[in-house]
Write a protein that binds this ligand. Structure first.
Ligand SMILES: [Cu+2]
Length: 153
């Protein structure tokens, strides 16, 4: 009888731990996503005056500088969801990753795995399958944001 109770207790504990840690989502969800690679610091802080100023061509230079400096890169999907890019391909780092720096502000389509934890979407990119370049020409209406992001010669 005691062995049966012990077995039941172990089973229940495993079930509770499974639910609490979300074992079903531990492997992540394979997805194809399309969106702009953004600089999350300027996007979230709104330090540049609002989210409209930090997308597209207006913010490209700053987005490259921020990503090179270690600010996490995000993928702003077409539905407004932001995915934090953790890795691209087999690269060992997401900080100042040349593969990402070259595509900042671009609208890309990626295949990867999304892990959702505590309201954050973490994206492990397997491959960038399409790169449409910078499609939002926001500099035409708001200029370069911030102006000092473009190095002087
Ligand atoms: Cu920035």
């Amino acid at each position: 009888m005691k062995l049966k109770q012990f077995t039941r207790a172990i089973f229940c504990a495993a079930l509770i731990m499974s639910a609490a840690t979300g074992t079903a989502s531990a492997a992540g969800e394979r997805m194809q996503l399309k969106g702009e690679l953004i600089d999350t610091w300027c996007y979230v802080s709104q330090i540049m005056g609002g989210s409209d100023f930090i997308v597209g061509s207006a913010h490209h230079a700053c987005a490259v500088w921020c990503a090179a400096g270690g600010i996490p890169v995000g993928l702003l999907a077409e539905d407004g969801t932001i995915y934090m890019v953790m890795r691209v391909g087999k690269d060992s780092t997401s900080v100042a990753n040349p593969g990402v720096l070259g595509s900042m502000s671009h609208v890309v389509t990626v295949n990867g795995t999304v892990h959702k934890r505590d309201g954050i979407n973490y994206l492990f990119v397997d491959e960038i399958v399409a790169d449409a370049g910078i499609t939002k020409l926001t500099h035409e209406t708001v200029g370069v944001i911030p102006p000092f992001a473009v190095p002087q010669q």
